[in-house]
Design a protein around this ligand. Structure first.
Ligand code: PLP
Length: 442
């Protein structure tokens, strides 16, 4: 531990045990671009393999550069330990496969990133794991879908396009009363949502987005809150509480005890990462660390710029309505205010009056904002889901996903807000012209 501060700005730069490189004194974290590590002798090697001593063996499982990223995010998130993996998709998959095997089930919110949806509805099914999708509007839906084979609940803090904040505290409480851990994908709300403080057991990130922050690197993170009583629910979690043949009968909840409350993430590393192998490259770990070090500062500016964009859009004649947690009312707003502190994130959706044609014209009219299928870049980004990510869905399916014909999603970046607004304004003028026939017909 290099700092006792609990402030984000300090933890982002100093959280974890790294102070300087032990070999060279380098302050910036070096890129240990190596696959393997020289053992001191055969005794040392066999102790490492038997997990009697922790240390570097092979970069698929552990790497010093990646290790700094893992400690830093665990400190920032308030978790016990973390595991970095090759992508956000891997983080979601491993988070569930770490507790669920064939015949088990997971209860998930319906409001998910499309890639997570297909992972859950198709690929996990292929592994024999059933994902039961429930509407998060009523947290009790999670209880109703739970049975003895339910191994986790899963949801995103701030899912787009609807941007309805998930009731983390309510669902975590239901899970704890039944012995089921809540896994939260906090990709769209780092720092502003604190899932562990609300009872979540595991947090996952696509570090590709705000954590990296510069649109350069794909990566994922799994953070163990160290706060879930696996042993109290031993019958539900045999993968953590029963002897593991692959490690001479090790029981992960026992094996982790000298290291801290990290049985969950220890198993994810030495079983799933070792066997399935979606390791983060040390170079990407370095790039993600560069992003993480300025995340508190960037996140504040993202939040501020997004509020300005949302307010501007809400007053514009070409805009039917704006989707942004800070402009919601009723229960969605209550949930947003309960879970988000210091900002509403940088995602802003809006519905153009002129439908699909206006949506296309808006996107094609942008000159500063980039048209990409991504979020969380330092640059402002825009996409028109009805003509891109959701084009294969029927109009009814699009509506269920919250995608209307004139819906546009913005990921508001860090350019000067006046320049972002100027670009949006001139593109809205083009959208207004293109949408005129649709408006007349309506
Ligand atoms: N979770 C969310 C909320 C996302 O938006 C994404 C990607 O867009 C992912 C997970 C998957 O992350 P990755 O692209 O790093 O695999």
């Amino acid at each position: 531990m290099t700092t006792t501060s609990t402030r984000f700005e300090t933890l982002a730069l100093h959280g974890g045990s790294y102070r300087a490189d032990p070999a060279t004194g380098a302050v910036a974290v070096p890129i240990y671009q190596t696959t393997s590590y020289q053992f001191q002798d055969t005794g040392h090697a066999s102790r490492l393999f038997a997990l009697e001593e922790l240390g570097n063996i092979y970069t698929r499982v552990q790497n010093p550069t990646t290790g700094v990223l893992e400690e830093r995010i665990a400190a920032l998130e308030g978790g016990a330990a973390a595991l970095a993996v090759a992508s956000g998709q891997t983080a979601s998959a491993y988070a569930l496969l770490n507790v669920a095997e064939a015949g088990d089930n997971v209860v998930s919110s319906t409001d998910l990133y499309g890639g997570t949806w297909t992972l859950f509805s198709q690929t996990l099914k292929q592994f024999g794991v059933e994902v039961r999708f429930v509407d998060p509007a009523d947290p009790e839906n999670f209880r109703r879908a739970t049975d003895a084979r339910t191994k986790a609940y899963y949801a995103e803090t701030l899912p787009n396009p609807k941007l309805h904040v998930f009731p983390i505290r309510e669902v975590a409480e239901i899970g704890r009363s039944l012995g089921v851990p809540l896994v939260i994908d906090n990709t769209a709300a780092p720092l502003i949502a604190r899932p562990f403080e609300q009872g979540a057991a595991v947090v996952v990130y696509s570090a590709t987005k705000y954590i990296g922050g510069h649109g350069t690197s794909i990566g994922g993170l799994i953070i163990d809150g160290g706060n879930f009583p696996w042993e109290e629910h031993a019958a539900r979690f045999p993968l953590l509480t029963r002897p593991d043949e692959a490690y001479h009968g090790a029981v992960w909840t026992e094996a982790a005890k000298p290291l801290g409350p990290i049985a969950y993430v220890l198993r994810a590393r030495v079983k799933l990462l070792r066997d399935l192998g979606a390791a983060l490259s040390p170079f990407n770990a370095f790039l993600l660390l560069q992003g993480l070090e300025t995340l508190p500062l960037r996140q504040r500016q993202h939040n501020e710029n997004a509020v300005k964009v949302a307010d501007f859009l809400a007053k514009h004649a070409a805009v039917e309505h704006v989707i942004f947690p800070g402009l919601q009312s009723g229960e969605p707003r209550r949930r947003a205010d309960a879970a988000l502190k210091g900002g509403y994130g940088a995602l802003v959706g809006f519905e153009l009056r002129g439908g699909v044609e206006a949506g296309r014209a808006f996107i094609d009219g942008l000159t500063l904002l980039h048209h990409v299928a991504n979020i969380g870049d330092a640059r402002s980004l825009a996409i028109h889901p009805a003509s891109t990510t959701h084009q294969q869905l029927s109009p009814q399916e699009q509506a269920a996903a919250g995608v209307t014909p004139g819906y546009v999603r913005l990921s508001v970046g860090l350019e000067h807000p006046d320049d972002i607004l100027a670009d949006i304004e001139q593109a809205l003028a083009k959208a207004g012209e293109a949408g005129e026939p649709a408006r007349k017909a309506a």
